[in-house]
Design a binder for this molecule. Structure first.
Ligand SMILES: O=C(O)C(=O)CO
Length: 303
């Protein structure tokens, strides 16, 4: 992997020579740090350069966390480079995806009669432990696959609970947790097994492992179920990670129907100190959209 001069500048390894920039200021920022752990991802600040430049820019804007769904597929050297960039800026690594469905094939079927897909899932989890350690991540996303129309749903649930418990036995001794992501079937992912935070809660309680928790992605939950604050309240003991995104459109807070200001107030009352993934796009392209993204998070952080 070649490392560009822009990357080195972003990492603060080369004194900035651009007119008007004082030497040594590249990795510094006057922006106040966000009080909650909002986590952008590669693409949030695409106009600023590649992965490492975007991390540096996010830090300069006051963001204290980062997430990267794609991290598992990145070369080891790039994973290490990203971890260093985050640690240099005092940022927390959020989730990466440990096991991703084959969307076009509607697989895996973790509740099906055949053991093979459960074993392949467990192999993904085993190999994700080293990735998590390299990145400094504490949580990894898992999507529990698709429903098998030939098997009663309750039987599938029992099998998903069993395989998640076995996966929990793999990650928990390392201080890691898998966070199962319920997804909506109405806009994005017809046929997925886990469709609500409440269903995730049931599987997590059944698995009864510190390594098996729920990722509450409020974009998906709003589409599928709504009633966001009462659901968070009921299921809070099993929720280990949050993601935001407005609906419709899956863009930054303020572009849709979700009252994120009130959700932030609720999280503050709960003294939530974890990461909140910004798993959405920008409603406007380019730098104007990036400015709007930062402003949207400043507005809800002020609650
Ligand atoms: O595919 C999606 O919509 C997800 O949120 C997966 O992380």
């Amino acid at each position: 992997m070649s490392i560009s001069r822009r990357t080195l500048l972003a990492a603060g390894a080369v004194a900035p020579l651009a007119a008007g920039l004082a030497p040594g200021r590249a990795a510094q920022s006057n922006a106040a740090r966000f009080s909650l752990g909002f986590a952008p991802h590669e693409g949030s600040f695409a106009s600023r350069g590649g992965l490492i430049e975007q991390i540096a820019f996010a830090a300069d804007q006051g963001f204290t966390a980062w997430e990267d769904n794609e991290a598992r597929a990145r070369p080891v050297a790039q994973q290490a480079q990203m971890a260093k960039a985050l640690s240099d800026r005092g940022m927390t690594m959020g989730v990466f995806v440990a096991s991703m469905p084959k969307w076009a094939q509607s697989r895996p079927l973790l509740g099906a009669n055949d053991d093979a897909e459960r074993e392949a899932f467990l192999a993904d989890i085993r190999s994700s432990v080293d990735v998590a350690k390299r990145l400094g991540a504490k949580c990894m996303t898992v999507v529990t696959g698709f429903r098998d129309p030939k098997v009663p749903l309750d039987v599938q649930t029992a099998r998903v609970i069993d395989v998640m418990r076995r996966a929990g036995d793999i990650v928990a001794p390392h201080g890691l947790a898998m966070v199962m992501e319920p997804l909506n079937t109405r806009t994005d992912h017809p046929g997925v097994y886990m469709q609500s935070i409440a269903q995730g809660f049931a599987v997590a309680r059944g698995a009864n492992s510190p390594g098996v928790k729920v990722l509450a992605d409020l974009y998906h939950e709003q589409i599928q179920s709504g009633n966001l604050i009462p659901v968070l309240d009921m299921c809070w003991s099993e929720i280990a990670y949050l993601q935001f995104g407005d609906n419709p459109g899956r863009d930054e807070p303020g572009t849709g129907e979700v009252n994120y200001a009130n959700i932030v107030k609720w999280l503050r009352a709960r003294r939530y100190t974890g990461v909140i993934g910004m798993e959405h796009g920008n409603s406007i392209d380019g730098r104007a959209g990036e400015d709007r993204l930062v402003a949207a998070y400043r507005a809800i952080d002020a609650q």
